[in-house]
Write a protein that binds this ligand. Structure first.
Ligand SMILES: O=C([O-])CC(=O)C(=O)O
Ligand code: NI
Length: 235
């Protein structure tokens, strides 16, 4: 049987957002803003289950943890900073150091992770690109994070300041899909097989609409007609 991750990786993040918006009524369509995709094949989506990592200031009482050597196969590594280190506006992070680098991607790829998402800065850009390993982040930096922040929690919920004082939580095990637009999250509690079926239908319908429009049919009536079948699939 094809895994949910494999099925999701056939969709663009826009397709997945359409499903979360139109079927589930999520006004954000699962999108987490302001991330850039720096590496990995540009025409491909990647999908996997979130393996979450929390970074805190160096003087945090919690012990530093080693997350990179036990990355589960098929996982999407998701790294975030504690709330006080996040910013609502650019550059979205208080930390100028890079939380993640090329050796980490080398290890993550060996462990068969599908990609890494860093809500902060990364370094060693050319190394991620040479590996062809998908890495997303808010920005770049040159200095390692050793004297600023450290990883203190693995497989913990991550609160991400997305916009206008709004926090959204990424839980370990949530499905994540990433492509050139950024990343989209499907909550672990969601019936992802049903969502996949909806998205497959919605992609098919969009293709019919595109064909109509190429044959001279106006867009709005085609959309109305073709999308009617999706209404029955809405929750
Ligand atoms: O040293 C670090 O913090 C990260 C790094 O550059 C790498 O993984 O290559
Ligand atoms: Ni490095």
């Amino acid at each position: 049987m094809t895994s949910v991750s494999t099925k999701l990786s056939r969709f663009s993040t826009c397709d997945v957002s359409d499903g979360l918006l139109n079927r589930n009524g999520d006004p954000h369509g699962g999108f987490f803003p302001n991330l850039q995709k720096w590496s990995g094949r540009s025409e491909h989506s990647v999908a996997g289950k979130a393996y979450t990592v929390l970074f805190a200031p160096c003087d945090d009482p919690r012990e530093e943890v080693n997350y990179i050597d036990s990355v589960p196969p098929g996982s999407f590594i998701v790294v975030a900073l504690t709330i006080p280190l996040q910013l609502e506006c650019a550059p979205y992070t208080q930390i100028s150091q890079a939380l993640y680098g090329g050796l980490m991607s080398t290890r993550a790829q060996y462990r068969k992770a599908c990609g890494s998402i860093i809500f902060g800065r990364i370094r060693d850009l050319e190394e991620h690109r040479a590996l062809g390993f998908p890495v997303f982040s808010y920005g770049l930096g040159s200095c390692a994070a050793r004297m600023a922040v450290k990883p203190v929690g693995v497989n913990v919920p991550l609160q991400i300041l997305s916009h206008r004082d709004e926090f959204r939580t990424i839980n370990p095990g949530d499905y994540i899909v990433g492509d050139c637009h950024g990343i989209v999250r499907i909550p672990a509690a969601e019936d992802s097989e049903e969502l996949v079926k909806y998205i497959e239908k919605s992609v098919e319908v969009d293709q019919y609409i595109a064909d109509d429009v190429k044959n001279g049919k106006p867009l709005k009536p085609s959309q109305k007609e073709r999308r009617a079948v999706l209404k029955n699939l809405t929750r």
